[in-house]
Design a protein around this ligand. Structure first.
Ligand code: CTP
Ligand code: MG
Length: 181
């Protein structure tokens, strides 16, 4: 694959994992997943992880995967190379894995004494990749192996933190997010 093609495929394949976090920021609120429970003197997850945000994040990611699958032939045709169509289980693995990774990151943040909204460099930028890729590999193995070649995975690991920082700074400046990370 040419480098530009690899970047486009990586970005397209990861879109259903990228969107849930942003959708959760927009739709979040209401009852926290941990129900306010603490472990020791700290919250298990904190008020930043809610049922509504998580559900809407997964719905947004899966819905986007469906839209991308519908427009795939047109886009592939225009580009001159193929971008992926999403099997239902691949879409679920990417979107669900992204939300699960974000929740696990909050768990680790609370255990390490970080308050809600505290920065955790590295984890903040890659938490959803670390869970969404293995979960997708598990749920849709053939699809995953066909699209997530070593080059694509490398591009994802480099591209994701850049996109994450950029979108969060924009969301912060727009007043949608409390912190720019
Ligand atoms: N959000 C949500 N449910 C999720 C993820 C996010 O409702 N599963 C919403 C919350 O309103 C949250 C906001 O999106 O405050 C920003 O998400 P994030 O930065 O992940 O949460 P933080 O508030 O920073 O909390 P944490 O320190 O636990 O990451
Ligand atoms: Mg945060």
């Amino acid at each position: 694959m040419a480098i530009l093609e690899t970047i486009v495929v990586a970005f397209w394949a990861m879109l259903p994992a990228y969107v849930p976090n942003n959708a959760a920021v927009l739709a979040g609120g209401g009852r926290p997943i941990d129900g306010g429970r603490t472990w020791g003197d700290r919250r298990v997850l904190g008020d930043g992880k809610t049922w509504r945000g998580t559900a809407m994040g997964i719905v947004a990611g899966v819905a986007l995967a469906a839209v991308l699958t519908v427009i795939e032939p047109t886009v592939s045709d225009a580009l001159g190379f193929d971008v992926p169509r999403f099997e239902p289980l691949a879409a679920l693995g990417l979107a669900g894995g992204a939300m699960l990774g974000d929740i696990l990151a909050s768990f680790l943040k609370r255990r390490s004494g970080r308050q809600r909204g505290a920065m955790f460099p590295g984890l903040d930028q890659l938490d959803f990749v670390v869970v969404s890729l293995p979960l997708t590999a598990l749920l849709a193995t053939d699809w995953f192996l066909a699209w997530f070649t070593l080059e694509v995975v490398l591009v994802v690991v480099v591209l994701t933190p850049i996109l994450h920082v950029t979108t969060n700074v924009i969301a912060y400046k727009l007043g949608l997010k409390n912190e720019p990370w």
